[in-house]
Design a protein around this ligand. Sequence first.
Ligand code: AMP
Ligand code: MG
Length: 325
Amino acid sequence: MTARASDIEKAAGVLRTGGLVAFPTETVYGLGANADDPAAVARIFQAKGRPTSHPLIVHLGGAELLDDWVEDVSATARLLAERFWPGPLTLVLRRGRRVPLEATGGLETVAVRVPDHPVALALLAAFGGGVTAPSANRFGQVSPTTAYHVGAELGDAVDFVLDGGPCGVGVESTIVDVTGEIPSILRPGGVTREDLEAVLGCPLAVHSTSGVRVPGQHPSHYAPRARLVLVEPEKVVAEAELAQELGHQVGVLLPPAFTDAPVKAHAVVTLPGSPAAYARGLYGFLRELDQQGCELIVASLPAEEGLGLAIANRLRRAAGPRLTA
Ligand code: AMP
Ligand code: MG
């Protein structure tokens, strides 16, 4: 789905005057601000309720703009940019002077990517600069994959929402740190580890962190309102039915292999067989189960290969301990 040219112009104008624009990308909807405007960037953190130490991604309209924003671009970084941009790959590089520290959480590195979505690219072209954007949701919550989700999450906190239809990939970008000799994956996402390894010709380590700087705190992320419980695939049905019998309103993310008998639970989503369809639907499924009033969601982890690595990462984080009850 594309946006009207007048809406693109309007959104670019909002960015120029220091406002916040929610826009579609192929991964999830982003909450964008002019990357050259520290006050506008600061508004993102307010709107999301996000700690200012959590860095954002700078979105660019093309790989040729990379050197305006970062320094020390290695041959590896260039290769990955050339091969995967536009696309769901974010590169962490040394911060160029142009990037305000507000956008990097005070870090001397910056995350950059070129999104593969016609509306995002049209916005970036019309605006002309870089757009800092995290996902367009309240901090710690499920990321939005439709314009409707953005409204439900942020309401009036965003000045303009560009609607580009549902996101095609559905999980966030893969973040690769290319500041050192050996690249590593900081967050699995839309570009698979296998595809990266095929291009680099070497194995890639996954150093996924919670992104939390305060020791001892590991709040959940990507989390629905309902508590998410992860069990072995063959135990999903039994766990769900037991919890339902005990009086909970239980939602189920049912692996496709276990769909024979009806499950005695409050709400059931039968997962698609293909990892791409699962990734595309994941956040919508969690929102749907919340909406149906589930207190508990029972799910299992998919095989951690291909897009399954990103899906499993999000489910684990969503099931993580909560700071508040
Ligand atoms: P979000 O799209 O909401 O997940 O936010 C952007 C993501 O990029 C967060 O997970 C950040 O931790 C990550 N990120 C941004 N900049 C950096 C950086 N310089 N180093 C490591 N991770 C980063
Ligand atoms: Mg996010």
